[in-house]
Design a protein around this ligand. Structure first.
Ligand SMILES: NC(=O)c1ccc[n+]([C@@H]2O[C@H](COP(=O)([O-])OP(=O)(O)OC[C@H]3O[C@@H](n4cnc5c(N)ncnc54)[C@H](O)[C@@H]3O)[C@@H](O)[C@H]2O)c1
Length: 431
């Protein structure tokens, strides 16, 4: 039976490498569609949790994992040998930056090396990790072709960017349109055949490079527009204008404007990182991506600006930062999720501690935080605990926070998220 028949008949065996925020939902979606899925991760703790039917990704209920494991359709493992029996392989490993803010593609190379070692004739390999244009062609293709086969005939290779938005109740893996670009038209057709079994909309493009660039444009678009919102906030502060009111009014324009909001800085595994994959690649081609670098600078300075506002809030009450007790509300990088990667809250926390403040945090999604050399526990927001603090910084606007209790009991509040919209109090210092 051809690969295409096995895909459309949902009898194909799938493998997903990297079971994080991206790979786990995808693997469960494939299993739910009827495929048998080997889920591979190097993190033994994750594999053990999954084998016991426990999910560690907010958007994937444990009940779904347990049901798929029980049905034998989802098989978590640390053993790459299972790749030898896979008809399809999706690579969903991390793509961080190294210390000099250059792309670290070592995870992709490690995963692709394993794929090459176990490459099976007729296999479809799809990279989903966000990366610079050219990665699939320049890094993965040579590894696979070194096995002697020809792409588009003996095996198939494509790139398909992941667009998952953790915590988004409306859009999830299944109903977010999926862009796919293969090395050859047959590769694109195979990738389309796979995703069409589980996802509502598949958008084919002409090449892997176009598909890689699509993702970077999407994330750069967000970074640059958030940078503009942040710069506008800094300007409005000088002009004594409420930036939030300006943005809300501008957003009433029914065309040609899309609201972006200022905040304490960028967080997560995507927006602060991905644009640098693009600017790095641009530099290699002798092109300077000025918008990207500028947005990165403006967004990267926001935690320092928030700290300045904290200094101001304490000053109003005759206090110095040194020795003050400060509570950071929310260490996740955005509302209602548990992801603290690249979170600007952590920068704020660290900067305040460097200035001698005694800093605690509250976050219902992050009960324990291993940061800056020690394990911290989240504080519960009760009147008694809140009364201890000289200042609270609203860094993430989780729905669980009760701001009435915060406002009633803390001496000063710095609001970086417009969480106290419309509320007036001399205690409040806004971003
Ligand atoms: N998190 C998001 O919202 C999001 C959205 C779109 C795209 N992406 C992109 O998707 C990719 C994965 O992101 P994520 O958030 O799922 O990361 P993650 O850190 O949550 O998950 C990656 C997983 O890969 C595993 N891993 C690392 N090296 C491995 C290897 N060699 N073999 C097998 N497993 C390995 C890790 O243990 C981890 O469980 C990144 O390129 C990211 O930029 C993420």
């Amino acid at each position: 039976m051809s690969l295409e028949d096995r895909l459309t008949g949902r009898t194909a065996r799938c493998a997903v490498i990297g079971l994080g925020y991206v790979g786990l939902p995808l693997a469960i979606e494939f299993a739910r569609a009827g495929f048998t899925v080997d889920g591979i991760d190097v993190d033994e703790a994750k594999i053990k949790a999954l084998a016991r039917g426990r999910s560690y990704v907010g958007d994937v209920p444990s009940a779904d994992v347990a049901a798929m494991v029980k049905a034998g359709r989802f098989r978590p493992t640390t053993d790459f040998k299972v790749l030898a029996r896979a008809d399809t392989v999706n690579i969903c490993v991390p793509t961080p930056l190294n210390k000099t803010k250059d792309p670290d593609v070592s995870y992709i190379v490690a995963a692709a090396t394993e794929v090459a070692r176990h490459l099976k004739p007729g296999q479809l390999v799809i990279l989903e990790s966000t990366t610079y244009p050219g990665t699939t062609d320049e890094l993965i293709l040579p590894l696979l072709e070194a096995k002697g086969g020809k792409v588009g005939r003996d095996f198939f290779l494509a790139f398909s960017p992941e667009r998952v938005d953790p915590g988004n109740a409306k859009f999830h893996t299944r109903n977010i349109p999926k862009v796919v670009g293969g090395v050859t038209p047959r590769c694109t057709a195979m990738a389309k055949a796979l995703y069409s079994q589980t996802l509502e909309t598949v958008v084919p493009v002409s090449s892997t490079r176009v598909a890689e660039m699509v993702k970077l444009l999407e994330n750069t678009f967000r970074s640059v527009n958030i940078g503009l919102a942040n710069e506008t906030a800094l300007l409005c502060e000088r002009l004594d204008i409420d930036v939030w009111e300006v943005i809300d009014a501008a957003a009433t324009k029914p065309f040609g404007f899309m609201p972006f909001y200022p905040g304490p800085g960028l967080g997560g595994h995507c927006i602060p990182i991905d644009p640098f994959y693009l600017s790095w690649k641009a530099k290699l081609s002798g092109f300077e991506a000025r918008f990207i670098e500028l947005a990165g600078q403006i967004n990267g300075h926001m935690p320092e600006h928030v700290v300045r506002r904290v200094v101001e809030a304490l000053n109003r009450n005759g206090r110095a930062v040194k020795g003050s007790r400060i509570l950071v509300l929310g260490v996740a990088y955005k509302a209602n999720i548990d992801d603290t990667r690249e979170s600007p809250s952590l920068d704020i926390l660290e900067l305040l501690e460097e200035m001698g403040a005694r800093v605690d945090y509250a976050d219902p999604f992050v009960p324990r935080l291993d940061f800056a050399g020690r394990i911290r526990r989240a504080v519960r927001l009760t009147p008694a605990t809140l009364k201890r603090y000289d200042c609270a910084v609203i860094a993430t606007n989780h729905r669980e926070f009760d701001y009435r209790v915060v406002l009633a009991n803390v001496k000063a509040v710095v609001d970086t998220r417009n969480a106290l919209k419309g509320r007036k109090s001399p205690k409040i210092v806004r971003l």
